[in-house]
Design a protein around this ligand. Structure first.
Ligand SMILES: Cc1cc2nc3c(=O)[nH]c(=O)nc-3n(C[C@H](O)[C@H](O)[C@H](O)COP(=O)(O)OP(=O)(O)OC[C@H]3O[C@@H](n4cnc5c(N)ncnc54)[C@H](O)[C@@H]3O)c2cc1C
Length: 418
């Protein structure tokens, strides 16, 4: 069977959804073909026994320019974290907060032994320097690894090990500090200029909100695209796995990068960062407030959050939701992951009663983000593929983030209309 459309978008992640919406707002007919059974791509939330479980721990920064421009933040009813973190070193717990953003914790920040006076001064200078730069300026600053940049800036080893590695390790999913300083500066600016939050209905609400604004009939779920259709040098449509062929003026690829590369017959610089998040139902919350909890010295855990403290909607009444994340995608059996997590947690929270906890689910995420080492930016593919009729969207054309995915969708829509 052959059908005909104006623009076909492959993939209903945030990038594909944003692309289709931008096209439709400009009066262009756009259809999305998505392999899975839902929208949002990597950013989805499962409802499980009354709990909201994001597929891997993830948050949004309200300062992301593309989030501000593309999303109705009020409608998401955002639930914000307290800016900062609790750092757990075996039985010692240290509260680290940004005193400008959480003045109630000024004293704790000033007293923190994890940052020397010179680290505190340097952090303040860093915030001033990065704060003055615009996002485009950040993405053209001299590139180097985060580790090299912070060392040259004179930060102590203690600061790097106890704070930077677990905190930014949780964001970039690596603790070696190999990530580009541009990405660090971008995230640092976002953290300083807005809230870290989750929508009341879970992170999946982002994709749902975009999908709700599309014209009826735009979305074709459970429709994996198997191949692109070529006519000479030009792309003229797609073939679905069931053999259906759909002709279009333009095709936009908004899948994850390795799928797009395969469909195009090209190679992209993709090395996936992976993570594992376990969710537990607790009868009583751990005493963490709305703070991220970091474990710089733990053997397995990178970070944990009492999600229901941040967003009570994440747990049914009378119950509490704990999220624990390990870097890397562990193929260990569930029981072993739980044993390792509880061993690590008990060192810092001896009052915890894991015998009263219930494991809800473990998410092993094979492609959370693509690695963004120093120097990667010049290697990222452009939305303009050089192949007539074919445009590339997806985070791979911008940066591995919600901001990158939305921006990529918008840029691809503009190219499709050019
Ligand atoms: C655990 C985790 C934590 C994260 N944390 C953060 C965070 O805190 N902050 C942040 O900014 N970013 C975070 N990210 C990264 C962010 O989620 C991604 O950068 C962004 O969602 C990528 O969106 P995308 O639309 O480019 O790709 P995707 O979301 O991967 O969407 C691609 C879509 O294409 C579909 N598809 C694939 N193959 C086919 C095919 N053959 N035919 C049709 N459809 C196909 C897929 O099913 C999918 O729906 C995190 C990601 C994960 C997984």
């Amino acid at each position: 069977m052959v059908q005909s459309k104006q623009v076909i978008v492959v993939g209903a992640g945030l990038s594909g959804l944003c692309c289709a919406r931008t096209l439709q707002r400009a009066g262009v007919e756009a259809h999305i073909y998505e392999a899975s059974d839902g929208v949002g791509g990597r950013v989805r939330t499962d409802t499980w026994e009354g709990f909201l479980l994001d597929r891997g721990f993830q948050v949004l920064f309200t300062a992301y320019p593309a989030i501000r421009e593309e999303m109705d933040l009020d409608a998401l009813r955002l639930q914000a974290f307290t800016p900062g973190a609790i750092i757990c070193r075996a039985s010692e717990k240290h509260m680290l907060v940004d005193p400008r953003r959480a003045p109630a914790h000024l004293l704790a920040a000033a007293m923190s032994p994890l940052m020397s006076v010179s680290d505190k001064l340097r952090a303040f200078q860093l915030a001033m320097t990065i704060g003055k730069r615009t996002v485009p300026e950040i993405f053209t600053m001299e590139d180097q690894t985060l580790g090299a940049y912070l060392q040259k800036s004179g930060f102590s080893g203690m600061f790097l090990d106890q704070i930077v590695r677990p905190f930014f390790g949780g964001i970039f999913l690596e603790r070696q500090l190999e990530t580009s300083v541009r990405m660090f500066a971008f995230v640092f600016k976002m953290l300083s200029e807005g809230d870290t939050a989750v929508p009341e209905a879970g992170m999946g609400a982002l994709g749902q909100q975009l999908a709700d604004s599309l014209a009826p009939g735009t979305l074709h779920l459970n429709s994996p695209v198997e191949a692109l259709l070529w006519q000479g040098e030009r792309i003229t449509g797609i073939r679905l796995q069931d053999g259906t062929e759909i002709i279009a003026d333009r095709v936009v690829l908004a899948t994850q990068a390795d799928v797009a590369a395969r469909l195009m017959g090209r190679e992209f610089p993709v090395h996936w960062r992976t993570s594992t998040t376990a969710y537990f139902a607790l009868p009583e919350p751990l005493d963490t407030g709305k703070l991220l909890v970091l474990f710089p010295e733990a053997q397995y855990i990178n970070h944990a959050v009492m999600m229901s403290n941040v967003a009570p909607s994440y747990a049914p009444p009378g119950q509490h939701l704990l999220s624990v994340t390990l870097l890397g995608q562990t193929d260990l059996p569930d029981e072993e992951i739980v044993r390792r997590i509880t061993t690590d947690l008990l060192l810092s929270f001896p009052e915890a009663r894991p015998d009263t906890w219930r494991l809800l689910r473990i998410y092993r995420i094979p492609w959370a983000q693509f690695a963004q080492p120093a120097g990667i930016w010049e290697q990222l593919p452009d939305a303009d593929t050089g192949i007539p009729g074919l445009i590339l969207a997806g985070e791979i054309t911008q940066s591995s983030s919600l901001h990158g995915a939305l921006t990529a969708g918008r840029v691809a829509a503009q190219r499709a209309m050019a």
